[in-house]
Design a protein around this ligand. Structure first.
Ligand code: 3HC
Length: 312
């Protein structure tokens, strides 16, 4: 088929809800968009291990430590899963990682905020993993097979992440006044950055139209953000916590919670490298990469030796 016929056939397959697989013909823009999105998602999972990892040695009980360890390990696994998904598009994993380490690749803005108390660990599970579930449940229906299948697996683990986080939050909120104040402070610091996870308003989203046309995004940034707010407000009320938005009010006509405007200046500052922890996060990844150099070199030496032995 010539290119025009291939594009028509591709669009027909997308319209029919078919899953596009790695060996199928796809427009180069489709491949490029998915590589961008999946690689940034993978980077987010790996960098996302850092804020929580800082509290593994400071967890208040052995049970909390074991649960947090499991969650952070899960995030690392999600990252590896997603780098594999990016490789099915022809991406080179070491090139993707080099882009991250060079500060050229994006990862989710949310991970550039500090974790100042144990309550942050609960609120991250509740808000950040909760927002990720809203987004990733939609991506589990994406038109690209390896990505949607990765999302199905990852969403199962995210549900555990959110539940363990909300249990920490509910425990602290029902605890002493000092514990309630600690979790309320964490809510105040993480609420607005969590809403930024869904990206800019639809009207300001240069990628959404193409991603929706090709069935990668089934919902818009604003639709997913609204869904997250509508789910989370009743949860906050249930544990007697206040979300830091004076404009929050229920609209019975739409059965939705109206909320205030996000600080988009802060959003753009953080995604352009000038957030509270951007430099610290990148340095931590660069150090880990350097400390792991000997492992990569040993694995490459072993693989080369195996190849020589097989060739002999
Ligand atoms: N942080 C960093 N960059 C962001 C961002 C955020 N919160 N929101 C948007 N951006 C960037 C986009 O990458 C894009 O920049 P680029 O063109 O240079 O890549 C630009 O801002 C414009 O945004 P768009 O809305 O046009 O971009 P998208 O259509 O790609 O939508 C997205 C942004 C909603 C993040 C989408 O890419 C997406 O759904 N990605 C997959 C999910 C993901 O990456 N989630 C990150 C969190 S991972 C996580 O939560 C781990 C969990 O275990 C806790």
């Amino acid at each position: 088929m010539d290119e025009t016929a291939q594009i028509e056939n591709f669009e027909r397959r997308i319209a029919a809800g078919e899953s596009i697989e790695p060996k199928d013909w796809m427009p180069e823009r489709f491949r490029k968009q998915l590589t961008r999105m999946i690689s940034q998602h993978a980077h987010s999972e790996i960098v996302g291990m850092l804020p929580e990892g800082a509290w593994i040695t400071r967890a208040p009980t052995l049970r909390r430590k074991i649960t947090l360890l499991a969650k952070v390990q899960d995030e690392g696994g999600h990252g590896l899963y997603l780098y594999c998904a990016a490789e099915t598009l022809g991406a080179d994993r070491s090139e993707l990682i080099d882009q991250l380490l060079a500060g050229k690749a994006k990862y989710s803005s949310i991970f550039n905020y500090p974790t100042l108390s144990w309550a942050d660990i609960g609120v991250i599970g509740w808000f950040v993993d909760g927002a990720a579930i809203v987004n990733q449940t939609m991506l589990a229906k994406a038109s690209y097979g390896p990505y949607s299948r990765a999302m199905i697996r990852i969403c199962k683990e995210e549900n555990f992440h959110k539940k363990q986080g909300f249990e920490i939050v509910a425990t602290l909120a029902a605890g002493t006044p000092a514990q309630h104040a600690m979790v309320q402070d964490a809510v105040n610091r993480w609420w607005w950055p969590s809403l930024m996870m869904f990206g800019p308003h639809d009207a300001d989203s240069p990628n959404s139209a193409e991603l929706k046309r090709w069935g990668i995004k089934r919902r818009s940034n604003d639709e997913l953000r609204q869904r997250f707010v509508d789910m989370t407000v009743p949860q906050a009320q249930a544990v007697n916590l206040t979300l830091p938005d004076p404009e929050l009010r229920y609209n019975a006509a739409t059965d939705q919670w109206h909320f205030g405007e996000i600080n988009w200046e802060e959003f753009h500052r953080v995604i352009n490298g000038d957030g509270p922890c951007n430099k610290e996060r990148l340095q931590a990844r660069r150090d880990a990469h350097e400390n792991g150099r000997w492992v990569r070199e040993a694995a490459e030496a072993y693989a080369a030796k195996q190849q020589r032995m097989q060739a002999a």
